[in-house]
Design a protein around this ligand. Structure first.
Ligand SMILES: *[C@@H]1O[C@H](CO)[C@@H](O)[C@H](O)[C@H]1NC(C)=O
Ligand SMILES: *[C@@H]1O[C@H](CO)[C@@H](O)[C@H](O)[C@H]1NC(C)=O
Ligand SMILES: *[C@@H]1O[C@H](CO)[C@@H](O)[C@H](O)[C@H]1NC(C)=O
Ligand SMILES: *[C@@H]1O[C@H](CO)[C@@H](O)[C@H](O)[C@H]1NC(C)=O
Ligand SMILES: *[C@@H]1O[C@H](CO)[C@@H](O)[C@H](O)[C@H]1NC(C)=O
Ligand SMILES: *[C@@H]1O[C@H](CO)[C@@H](O)[C@H](O)[C@H]1NC(C)=O
Ligand SMILES: *[C@@H]1O[C@H](CO)[C@@H](O)[C@H](O)[C@H]1NC(C)=O
Ligand SMILES: *[C@@H]1O[C@H](CO)[C@@H](O)[C@H](O)[C@H]1NC(C)=O
Ligand SMILES: *[C@@H]1O[C@H](CO)[C@@H](O)[C@H](O)[C@H]1NC(C)=O
Ligand SMILES: *[C@@H]1O[C@H](CO)[C@@H](O)[C@H](O)[C@H]1NC(C)=O
Length: 695
């Protein structure tokens, strides 16, 4: 593969990182793109990012857990560390996610095992702010008591190393203790088991077990399995603990919530004879299938007995370099903090989704998950179709999407589309604007609310957003149906127009008691912007409304001010990388309209960006002329595609796969470039018929 990372020497030499020196990644090699990734961006102020060590899409994600803002495990919010665990999510909202089976190192105050601190509130401890080192594939931190922790990962296992201070504490106990807590971040554990295999005097210990937990978002419960191998010292004693008491017998424990659902804290421990000469290693294998699989993964991926910690870190970093390699930029003198914000966003687009291949116990039945609107996986599938992703059985995909479109599931909070039976019975899917099908249905129809629906059950709300999403889901289904030569496309393209029922032309709006002056409302019609512009009052009003939306404070998603390299540099939670993708696509100047072969063009925030397609190995470039790092020249005056004049304000995915070159000439004033009707993105009721299904 060609190497793509280039940088402008002036950018590297003349600017300083705008983030705290304590948290900036070490800069050993200025040409290493990983130096521009700071996993701590969004680790405070609600970004909820995962800041620890992970492989791209890795199932296992190692990080400290804190007792403050801990949705993603760790946070730089000044709260205290309560453990180190191997499963996390990134940028989710709601309850903290995962954080199962945390391990925790400590030196107890005396020989008496009961002087060790077992429950979370007792053991929580401050860390030293300037000790944090967060890099792709690596995380290190020092606790206030001098214990140093560092961690890295393979796909299904984490490796933690805990280095204890050489000096014993004032009472003379220098025996390192490692405990494991059968809990998760939001104490959702239902029941769990642990068994401790550790002969006194032996050089290694294994703790294994399982626990049933509730998903932080979703229905039902799930069981996770762990296999923890401890080494680096001679075992002094071991056993189990419950609440704040521990004993060396028995070596097994089964804990449940009991009839009153009380969450009892419990787990296992191993104490080593101190002082130990090196770090105590804790290798944690994880599985959703079995304890044996957890142990096997750990043994295969991180073989012992001596662990090559640094090699694992290098492997993880190479994996990340490879993932970031297709993108290269010429910054054009922009602040280095923008580079850090950009590369960190690219990095965060690949933390989730996690690769659970081989670990899904539900594979033969349904997969768990909550739906929030329509059946939007349809859009993702069709997006892959229009971008020519191969090795997919598209007829099977079509069947699945038709199933979403036609059959109301019993539990529509977790799959398919709710209210579908009533929606069909009441004819809400008829398109009022359809030119082929003329049955006009009066406006005001949405996914029904408070209807009689004995067919399925779910959250009976979001009637408007669901109607809009169903209509876009149907548009995507129509796209696939048409391409596969199915005559159902007529039915679905008609349903795709049903969003128009929701438009309320005389709806006014107020902000802070002041009328905005705009009438007629709703949003989100990615397949029919032309009709949306018409309904919202025509071009001039549409532009005024857009400007108002972005300047009134209603939507403040500016780049670079709202996405920056500070630890609080995300305007809200990263939503499993959705915000990161927003930053990535906006910054490179090509924003996708998923489900369609369309990227909207704006000038990149760098002088140029090149992207090599992994499908063809061809490199596409988008380049600004008259670029200025102060972002004064932000309006496209003219464009050339592969040297030829290009007037459309959008481009297809071929740009990437064919390795085209797009050159944009910028200026300070708005121009008429890209504004002609025929230069706009396709819309299905567009007069020019660029989608073409109905004409
Ligand atoms: C810098 O890092 C790159 C990528 O790992 C490597 O190929 C190169 O040899 C390094 N250069 C120096 C001077 O260390
Ligand atoms: C560590 O940083 C956090 C967040 O910035 C801050 O609240 C806390 O006071 C700092 N702790 C120390 C000891 O400086
Ligand atoms: C932990 O650090 C905070 C400052 O971030 C401080 O207020 C608190 O007293 C510290 N706790 C302990 C036990 O030292
Ligand atoms: C040392 O032992 C004494 C007596 O048991 C106890 O009061 C004190 O808290 C211990 N010191 C520490 C640091 O735990
Ligand atoms: C553990 O809890 C889960 C969920 O409540 C339950 O399905 C399972 O039967 C329990 N297992 C045992 C061994 O009690
Ligand atoms: C958890 O482990 C215990 C002890 O080995 C075992 O009895 C139980 O069946 C396991 N639970 C699950 C759900 O695998
Ligand atoms: C409405 O009021 C809030 C709170 O005072 C303010 O932050 C916001 O900017 C105002 N919005 C508009 C559009 O005036
Ligand atoms: C960085 O981003 C955060 C979150 O959007 C924002 O609150 C803050 O003002 C920004 N900082 C700068 C210096 O722009
Ligand atoms: C792209 O290049 C890589 C590395 O040289 C090679 O392994 C791969 O087969 C190439 N792919 C295509 C589609 O040519
Ligand atoms: C997909 O493949 C078709 C047929 O080869 C081609 O015409 C089209 O341009 C391709 N689309 C993309 C986005 O690459």
């Amino acid at each position: 593969m060609v190497h793509f990372w280039r940088w402008s020497p002036t950018a590297v030499l003349c600017t300083t990182l705008a983030i705290a020196a304590t948290t900036s990644p070490k800069r050993a090699n200025a040409s290493d793109v990983l130096d521009y990734v700071n996993p701590l961006i969004g680790s405070q102020a609600g970004g909820n990012v995962f800041a620890g060590a992970t492989l791209p899409y890795g199932m296992v994600k190692a990080s400290p857990d804190v007792n403050g803002e801990n949705t993603g495990g760790f946070s730089t919010d000044g709260s205290q560390i309560t453990g180190f665990s191997a499963l996390h999510d990134s940028g989710t909202g709601g309850n903290p996610s995962l954080g199962n089976f945390p391990v925790f190192p400590q030196l107890c105050t005396s020989e008496d095992i009961n002087t060790c601190k077992f429950p979370i509130t007792a053991r929580a401890i401050n860390y030293t702010n300037d000790s944090i080192t967060a890099k792709p594939g690596y995380f290190g931190v020092t606790l206030e008591n001098g214990i140093k922790a560092k961690m890295t990962v393979s796909d299904h296992a984490a490796l933690f190393e805990f280095e204890f201070p050489r000096d014993s504490n004032e009472n003379g106990s220098a025996d390192p203790l490692i405990m494991l807590d059968l809990t998760d971040l939001w104490a959702s554990r239902q029941n769990a088991s642990i068994s401790v295999e550790a002969e006194d005097g032996s050089e290694a210990a294994r703790l294994k077990g399982n626990g049933t937990f509730l998903p932080s978002f979703g229905a039902g419960s799930y069981t996770a399995y762990f296999c923890l191998d401890l080494s680096g010292g001679t075992v002094k004693d071991s056993g189990v603990w419950v609440n704040n008491r521990a004993g060396t017998e028995p070596k097994d424990l089964y804990v449940t919530r009991g009839f009153n659902l009380f969450h009892l804290e419990a787990g296992g421990f191993v104490r080593f004879r101190g002082p130990v000469s090196g770090p105590i290693s804790a290798r944690v294998g994880i599985s959703f299938i079995s304890t044996d699989q957890a142990c096997r993964s750990a043994e295969d991926e991180i073989p012992g007995p001596e662990y090559e910690f640094d090699d694992l870190v290098s492997k993880a970093q190479d994996a990340w370099r490879q993932k970031l390699a297709p993108i290269s930029i010429e910054p054009g003198g922009v602040d280095e903090s923008m580079l850090v914000s950009f590369w960190s966003s690219v990095y965060r687009t690949m933390i989730s989704p996690q690769d659970y291949t081989g670990e899904n116990p539900h594979w033969t039945s349904s997969e768990p998950g909550w739906t929030q609107g329509g059946s939007d996986a349809d859009n993702v599938l069709v997006d892959a179709y229009v971008k020519n992703i191969t090795n997919i059985d598209w007829n099977l995909a079509y069947e699945a999407i038709v199933n979403d479109a036609e059959n109301e599931p019993l539990e529509w909070s977790i799959e398919g589309r709710g209210g579908l039976a009533s929606w069909k019975r009441l004819n809400y899917g008829k398109s009022p604007g359809c030119k082929i099908y003329t049955d006009f249905v009066p406006s005001g129809l949405a996914v029904p609310y408070l209807d009689f629906d004995p067919n399925g059950f779910g959250t009976n709300s979001r009637s408007i957003s669901r109607t809009l999403e169903y209509s876009y889901n149907d548009f995507n289904l129509a796209t696939l149906a048409k391409s596969l030569g199915k005559d159902t496309f007529k039915k679905y393209i008609e349903r795709a127009g049903s969003w128009q029922h929701l438009f309320k032309a005389d709806q006014t709006s107020e902000i802070n008691g002041t009328d905005t002056g705009f009438t007629g409302f709703f949003q989100f019609v990615p397949h029919d912007i032309a009709k949306l512009i018409e309904l919202l009052g025509g071009e001039e009003t549409f532009l005024k409304r857009l400007d108002f939306f972005h300047t009134s404070g209603l939507a403040d998603i500016d780049i670079p001010s709202r996405f920056n390299s500070s630890l609080a540099g995300l305007p809200g939670n990263d939503d499993s990388g959705a915000m990161a993708s927003f930053n990535l696509f906006s910054t490179i100047g090509l924003f996708p309209n998923p489900g369609q072969n369309v990227y909207f063009i704006i000038p990149p925030f760098f002088e140029s960006v090149s992207i090599t397609s992994p499908a063809t190995n061809k490199t596409a470039s988008i380049r600004n002329f008259n670029f200025d790092k102060g972002f004064q020249n932000i309006y496209i005056q003219s464009a050339r595609l592969n040297g030829e004049e290009y007037s459309k304000n959008w481009i297809g995915h071929e740009f990437f796969t064919e390795g085209w070159t797009l050159e944009l000439v910028l200026g300070r004033e708005e121009s008429s470039w890209g504004t002609a009707v025929e230069d706009r993105p396709p819309s299905f009721s567009d007069a020019t018929g660029s989608v073409g299904y109905l004409h």
